[in-house]
Design a protein around this ligand. Sequence first.
Ligand SMILES: NC(=O)N[C@@H](CC(=O)O)C(=O)O
Ligand SMILES: [Zn+2]
Ligand SMILES: [Zn+2]
Length: 447
Amino acid sequence: MIDTILITGATLPGGSQSDILVAGGVIRELGSIAAPAGSRRIDAAGLVALPGLVDLHTHLREPGFEQSETVLTGSQAAAAGGFTSIFAMANTLPVADTAGVVEQVLSLGQQAGYATVRPIGAVTRGLLGEQLSEIGAMAHSRAAVRVFSDDGKCVHDSLLMRRALEYVSSFDGVIAQHAQDPRLTEAAQMNEGSLSSELGLKGWPAVAEESIIARDVLLAEHVGARLHICHLSTAGSVEVIRWAKARGIRVTAEATPHHLLLTEDLVRSYDARYKVNPPLRRDEDVLALRAAIADGTIDIIATDHAPHPSESKECEWDSAAFGMVGLESALSVVQTALVDTNLVGWNDVARLLSATPAAIGGLIGAGAIRAGAAADITLHDPSTSSVFDVTDLAGKSVNSPYLGRQLSGSVRYTLHNGYLTLDDGLVVPAEVVAASARAGSQMEMGE
Ligand SMILES: NC(=O)N[C@@H](CC(=O)O)C(=O)O
Ligand SMILES: [Zn+2]
Ligand SMILES: [Zn+2]
């Protein structure tokens, strides 16, 4: 196992060039560095070095839906996409609503070793929206849960939402809301508008998202708690968040890569790869989300990686599952939608996909390339342009909306705690990564 890695000639997010020396799991030094004896050298000329990406919104599907994804395969998808930390959503079977389940997911993540896996706890028992889950027990468990969400479902009951906000504010936790009024979206299949009428599909109106966000920012203000809004998809949602932030309300918001690039027109194909919650919206919405990223109204980009087996996608639109995989393609989509269009620079990408999601999720020490920090580093080649292909997917499911689409850039190397999880574009084998992870944790324990 190579313990010392010298990355040479990388471009840091701010634009300057530097070598980066990694040893013993941490970044030792930045600058112009001579190669230590026995070190591995990675030539990063032309590559952008980003702090390891952090995804606040990943569905890993284990326990319960292992035919779609497992903690191991989802972590491999993360490594392929340049992610070194992922927050695992609670809509598993059993639901992650007890200390036992979140500790299980934490352990599976540690064994796999590809990324820091931080479980998200359910807000309500069984995601049923009736009683609060064991929030305190999950927060004080070995998994130290800080983010709670019923994602997939909206916490619709106002009193439960209020109680949940009150509860998590006692330990600076955060509720991540999937904003979808259930009554306004019964049997909904796509964005509501002229296209849904034309296609004869039941509509999912923007107001179903916006009204929940409006209610919840007011509840967060009333309680003085922190609130996070998942996958913003409409121009109106941006306006509500902008208003709330101007008022000093402690709200953060995320957008997914797909809502920054794709529009509802794709639904014309009736290809269920484009079926997602919230649905793909109009051009105006995509432009409003991009502008909100550029002006800071939207704080982070999160993938909402939602793997589904082929049988749930290769079927009629109405019966297909909602969701798309997104870890492997996220950085290329962000480059295509935001960097190539000059809306943001790599410094902003580092903030949107690493530093701020780490801060929201309470991940200490992540989000920066600096001496002394854990060596979580992503090396990205922005100069490429290629057709996204099924071989670019490293997880178990292939429900990507980007297959066959031209995207910019590609992730070349991912380092997690100082060892490679992606090496020259190839996911490092599971046994090698697991052994590196074990060696690292023994070192931490001083053995
Ligand atoms: N985004 C989706 O369309 N689906 C997600 C649930 C969710 O994020 O709401 C899933 O778990 O499949
Ligand atoms: Zn959701
Ligand atoms: Zn989700």
